[in-house]
Design a protein around this ligand. Structure first.
Ligand code: ANZ
Ligand code: ZN
Length: 817
């Protein structure tokens, strides 16, 4: 019996595809273009199961689009700057480039073996000077527009990695990379002004509805966190300038019975009275060790200290006590709140604990918060609120109070965001140097464009040990340069850029990867972009996806591109886990991809990861069977081997039953691929293999033209998941390679029409209904259908059934009791 030899096929076809550049984007205008992109990998070692899944999914889309006649660009490159390379270099006393480029070699070989339909001619590395030259250029362009700036601020600091971290890189108070508790440090750092784009980042999400997973859009929305409300100015005893609060409910102003400031903001320590200072300082220390998540947690007992002063409510002159409490954050809104316990749960819990008045100012019809301990947040009519008398809804109440405050000059409408500017400088070596020279006379001076790239000096091992300042500071020859403006002594900026900067524009670079005059060729970008399909892990739902959207908008504003959203569709594949848990060294549940491939072959592994579950769900390796996949591939292969008719035979002369089954299943397979239900598509291919096998074994053998038609459909559809075996099958079927160039079969609509037969339904021997049903309907389905018929129901009139005879598909006979 014919057997498929995975190892031999892999070598043979890999070489064939390389030689014939089967998957190179033509970009010659002969076909419509489609850009299919997988998030580029970080070269951390060899390929792992996560890559195996993600890239298998992306390849389904790329191969399918090629089948549909598009000129597909499916590029690959490496996100090759970053900390792990530097840590490896310190450990081995070598250069980060050694580890990085060795890993790239290994991974690239594995990617080739994995049979992906990639265009290798566009390969890029973000750590190449040819690439980061343009990362630096973009930085300077952003700076020219005021979108890159330096400021001193309290920043997240990882004591282990000795570097600052962006807010996004702090996960539940811990460093995303090493898990160390993050502390705060005051440092002067570079920022990108993402906040200037907050509204557009939100509003443009409209373009992504339907194309991006809803949960990603929700995560982005929450991360940006737009709130509208008002600023209200309160005077504080003994203080000249008023203190402003941000509130989403200015309409509850009459219910403000106390005032809270963040303990770790500047204000608290300025206003606390001397007799309270010790207590306050102790509380502040405690607050500093808490994470933002803890502070915002709702089920936590409220704590705080009275600061000894009062604030004056601008609407009625009332004096209310001022507290410092950790549930108010220093860097959100203004870091101060008017507390309205009747209508805000956090404030209510605090008030009850500290014995502060709870004054209802909106009558929502719900029970009194004084009794229930539950704040009421809904609409209602205003009470105890002279300025809002007679108003019964929130929108009007809010508008009215804002205009009253505005008139008196003690408040105004406001919108705030949770989003912060992007801290992009890192005190580490293996990244793109920030192309700025500091001069005592001229200040910050950009490196002239014709002097880019600012290349990294050669540093190894011990020079790279973290010291809290950038290792680049130690490379004095590199640091000390003439000021490009005045020619006097200057020093280079010694920080490097966050690697998220590199990955915010790589997809533009793929369109013209070797261009040495510009970051990308706007015409090439216009030809290929936006990306039709982007594929990658949900762990990037916020960071990478938000930053690259931001970059795109800035480039749009610079007039370099004509669209504002770079990725039309996004697929977030799940994770590959093992025994219900993420794979990790410490759990010892890792699955070695290379070993799996050695044992079962690439095709079986790829089929397994895609078949195991819907793309966005996790795959548990403990529940799958690559051995089963391999057996299925052998069955499919034998089917192709058993076809004896000639290529080009007239399919119409084939077995009508098999043809109808094949076209129906193929129509379904096409729908499944379009709808990204890849696992279901595979199940349908399996059905088709079985149906075809039956005809070979029981009917006309391998000579029936319908058998060939069906085997060709199987080969094409299966090639989306199992590229090697299907090239072999295509050859067995007498065709010239590559199956990837063969085109997607058209479904014959006339074969989809199902025959119907008429079923007669009798009650007590009298015909009460005629049903149009499929000739293959089951007895159970037919019984249900008959009993559900309106006429039958009416005749039965609620009576019990004594007897029911079902003869599918033609007759149902019912005898009531
Ligand atoms: C008075 C009030 C009355 C509020 C009421 C709410 C309900 P979002 O929607 O998340 O933007 N707030 C303002 N700044 C804060 C800070 N730095 N830390 C903690 N809480 C802060 O939340 C806005 C609301 O959260 C604001 O509206 C303020 O409480 C509080 F019935 O003001 B509110
Ligand atoms: Zn100068």
């Amino acid at each position: 019996r014919a057997r498929y030899d995975a190892g031999a096929a892999q070598e043979r076809w890999q070489q064939y595809w390389d030689e014939h550049q089967t998957f190179k984007a033509r970009d010659d205008g002969s076909k419509e273009r489609r850009y299919v992109l997988d998030m580029f990998p970080y070269p951390s070692g060899d390929l792992h199961m996560g890559h195996a899944e993600a890239f298998a999914m992306g390849d389904v889309v790329a191969r399918y689009q090629r089948f549909r006649g598009f000129d597909v660009m499916h590029p690959i490159g490496w996100d090759s700057f970053g900390l792990p390379a530097e840590n490896a270099a310190i450990k081995r006393n070598s250069h980060p480039a050694e580890w990085t480029y060795a890993n790239i070699d290994t991974q690239a070989n594995s990617f080739r073996r994995y049979g992906l339909s990639l265009d290798w001619s566009r390969e890029l590395h973000t750590s190449d000077p040819e690439y980061y030259r343009w990362t630096q250029w973009l930085f300077l362009k952003f700076r020219e527009q005021g979108l890159a700036y330096r400021k001193a601020s309290y920043v997240n600091w990882c004591p282990k990695d000795q570097t600052v971290l962006a807010n996004e890189q702090v996960v539940q108070g811990l460093c995303e990379r090493c898990g160390t508790q993050v502390t705060k440090r005051e440092l002067t750092q570079w920022f990108f002004k993402v906040t200037q784009y907050a509204d557009r980042l939100l509003d443009d999400m409209e373009q992504l509805e339907g194309g991006w997973p809803e949960r990603v859009l929700t995560m982005q929305r929450n991360w940006i966190g737009r709130s509208s409300g008002a600023y209200v100015d309160f005077r504080i005893e003994g203080r000249e300038e008023p203190v402003t609060v941000f509130t989403t409910r200015p309409d509850t102003l009459y219910g403000a019975t106390f005032f809270v400031v963040a303990p770790d903001g500047a204000l608290a320590s300025q206003i606390v009275t001397d007799d309270r200072r010790d207590e306050f300082e102790a509380y502040l220390e405690k607050t500093k060790s808490e994470t933002e998540i803890e502070r915002q947690s709702t089920d936590r007992e409220k704590t705080g200290v009275f600061l000894g002063v009062h604030a004056i409510n601008p609407i009625n002159g009332e004096q209310i006590p001022v507290y410092a409490a950790d549930y108010v954050l220093a860097d959100y809104g203004t870091g101060a709140v008017m507390a309205v316990p009747a209508h805000d749960q956090r404030d209510l819990e605090f008030a009850r604990k500290f014995g502060i008045d709870v004054r209802v100012v909106v009558d929502t019809g719900e029970p009194d918060p004084n009794e229930t301990g539950i704040a009421t947040a809904g609409d209602g009519s205003y009470v105890n609120s002279p300025a809002l008398e007679g108003i019964t809804d929130k929108a009007t109440g809010v508008a009215k109070i804002i205009s009253a405050l505005t008139e008196q000059g003690v408040g105004r409408e406001a919108i705030t965001y949770r989003l912060r500017d992007w801290l992009l400088s890192r005190q580490r070596f293996w990244g793109a140097p920030i192309p700025i020279i500091h001069c005592e006379k001229c200040g910050e001076v950009p490196v002239p464009e014709d002097q880019l790239p600012v290349e990294l000096p050669y540093l190894t091992g011990t020079d790279l040990n973290p010291k809290g300042t950038s290792p680049l500071a130690a490379a004095t020859d590199w640091v000390n340069v003439d000021c490009p403006q005045c020619g006097g002594p200057g020093t280079r900026d010694t920080d490097t850029m966050d690697t998220f900067v590199d990955s915010s524009w790589y997809f533009f670079r793929y369109c013209s990867p070797t261009d040495d005059h510009q970051a990308f060729d706007p015409e090439a970008v216009a030809r290929w972009m936006p990306v039709a399909q982007y594929v990658g892990g949900v762990e990037h739902a916020i960071l990478h996806l938000l930053y690259m959207r931001f970059f795109t908008k800035v480039l749009y504003d610079m007039g370099l591109i004509t669209f504002t959203e770079p990725m039309k569709r996004l697929l977030n594949q799940g994770q590959v886990i093992n025994k219900g848990k993420s794979m990790s060294k410490s759990l010892g549940n890792g699955v070695d991809l290379g070993a799996q491939i050695d044992e079962f072959g690439v095709d079986a592994v790829r089929l397994t990861v895609v078949f195991a579950s819907p793309p966005e769900e996790d795959v548990d390796w403990a529940d799958v069977s690559p051995g089963g996949s391999l057996r299925f591939l052998q069955r499919a292969y034998r089917l192709a081997a058993d076809v004896t008719s000639d290529p080009g035979v007239d399919f119409a002369a084939g077995d009508a039953g098999l043809r109808s089954t094949a076209h129906k299943l193929f129509a379904d397979i096409t729908d499944c691929i379009e709808g990204q239900r890849f696992n279901v598509a595979i199940a349908r291919i399996m059905e088709l293999v079985n149906a075809t096998r039956k005809v070979i074994d029981n009917g006309s053998g391998g000579d029936d033209p319908a058998v060939r038609e069906s085997a060709e459909m199987i080969t094409k559809a299966l090639s989306l998941f199992a590229p090697y075996v299907t090239e072999e099958m295509w050859e067995l079927l007498g065709h010239r390679p590559s199956v990837a160039d063969s085109g997607w079969p058209e479904v014959d609509q006339s074969l989809l029409v199902t025959e119907q037969v008429t079923c007669v339904v009798q009650v007590k021997g009298k015909v009460r209904a005629r049903l149009e049903v499929s000739p293959t309907i089951s007895e159970d389905d037919l019984r249900e259908l008959a009993l559900a018929d309106e006429n039958v129901q009416r005749t039965l009139d609620g009576r019990e059934i004594a007897k029911i005879i079902v003869r599918a598909p033609k007759l149902v006979s019912i005898v009531p009791a």
